[in-house]
Design a protein around this ligand. Structure first.
Ligand code: SF4
Length: 354
């Protein structure tokens, strides 16, 4: 198994560009996580050499006061990764904190990253304003983009798959790499190649209250929610405010349920929704039932896979993937340390080279 993987990897190295992405373990994943990231990652596995990780240290940047949920959430995210179709035979699935080189590279990159770059990251001020129940005036939180840069640069990723709204993070990583490369080189060559953005589809996915689906709004539909829960959540979903009574006409383009239909329903159902809503020929309950049907069709194979997984198996895969990732990470760190002359051999070898 090990040698087969090594052979496959050697082939991959020659032919496939590398991608890397990860998620913070903040709980079970929801449909927004799936449609905006996970589904794309599953598809990337056929074309790229893939590294996908669980960013447990990143969870600490906001949850340092109460880390009790990070480990259980890590397991839930791993089960969701596998259930969604991430395949350990085609992707390296790993846990950030198991690969200590992430911390080492973050520390080294932090030495040359100007404070002003971090203070102007859009999400820095935004999160401080929105997460008012937490103290985010910490060194760890300000520095999280440096850790993120380390996550990416450690694997010398060619691409980082992101939605439109996350491009700024990859841009900062590119700047961090550029600055590092301007100071440190190895035999005249760049050590940390700049990754590129791989724009992936990220459809508009409203939560049950009509705002963007997000754990912090408490409006999510989880990919592991059983059918009755999905149906119940959709029943309470907000609709076009113009349809107060059953006889009022509505517009699916102004309705969050309509947005769900656009992502999950067939053309045929969509036609019935447009016709029925605009003529008041259908009720919202019926329409929501159809939306649930479409959504559950997508969730069924995911939930079937999840039912066949065990926590022990998920942990084993994560440990094995982390060992594999650490080998790759160390290859980069050997070069980084060398370029920064942080090795005793560099010092010892210097006089002999004269
Ligand atoms: S019929 Fe459907 S699309 Fe129209 S307002 Fe009701 S839930 Fe929304």
């Amino acid at each position: 198994m090990g040698s087969k993987r090594a052979m496959a990897e050697t082939q991959d190295l020659k032919t496939r560009p590398r991608v890397l992405s990860g998620m913070r373990p903040t709980g079970k994943l929801h449909l927004g996580n799936y449609m905006g990231a996970l589904k794309n990652w599953v598809e990337l596995q056929d074309k790229y050499e893939c590294y996908f990780f669980i960013a447990d240290w990143h969870a600490l940047t906001t949850d340092y006061a109460d880390p009790s949920q990070i480990a259980p959430n890590t397991l839930e995210v791993m089960l969701d990764y596998l259930a969604a179709g991430l395949d350990p035979a085609r992707s390296v699935l790993f846990l950030q904190s198991r690969v200590l080189q992430h911390a080492e590279l973050a520390l080294l990159l932090g030495m040359s990253t100007p404070l002003g770059w971090l203070e102007r990251v859009p999400s820095y001020k935004e999160m401080q304003e929105n997460l008012t129940n937490r103290d985010l005036t910490t060194y760890g939180f300000l520095g999280y983009p440096v850790l993120m840069a380390a996550d990416i640069l450690l694997y010398q990723a060619d691409f980082v798959p992101v939605g439109q709204d996350q491009q700024a993070h990859v841009e900062l990583t590119r700047e961090v790499a550029r600055r590092f490369n301007s100071f440190y080189r190895l035999n005249g060559r760049e050590v940390l190649p700049e990754p590129k953005v791989l724009l992936t589809p990220s459809p508009k996915l409203p939560g049950t209250d009509g705002r963007k689906m997000s754990k912090s709004y408490g409006n999510t539909i989880l990919i592991s929610d059983p059918e009755p829960v999905v149906r119940q959540k959709l029943k309470t979903m907000v609709t076009d405010p113009a349809r107060i009574r059953r006889t009022d006409k509505g517009d699916p383009d102004k309705c969050p349920v309509g947005d769900l239909h656009k992502v999950f329903s067939t053309q045929e159902t969509m036609a019935k929704v447009y016709e029925g809503c605009r003529s008041a020929g259908i009720g919202c309950i019926e329409c929501k039932g159809w939306a649930s049907d479409g959504l559950l069709k997508v969730l069924a194979p995911i939930q079937e896979r999840r039912a066949n997984l065990t926590e022990a198996k998920a942990t084993e895969i994560l440990e094995e993937g982390s060992r594999h990732a650490a080998v790759r990470a160390e290859q980069t760190m050997v070069k980084v340390r060398d370029a920064m002359q942080m090795t005793l051999t560099t010092v010892a070898a210097a006089p002999a080279m004269r």
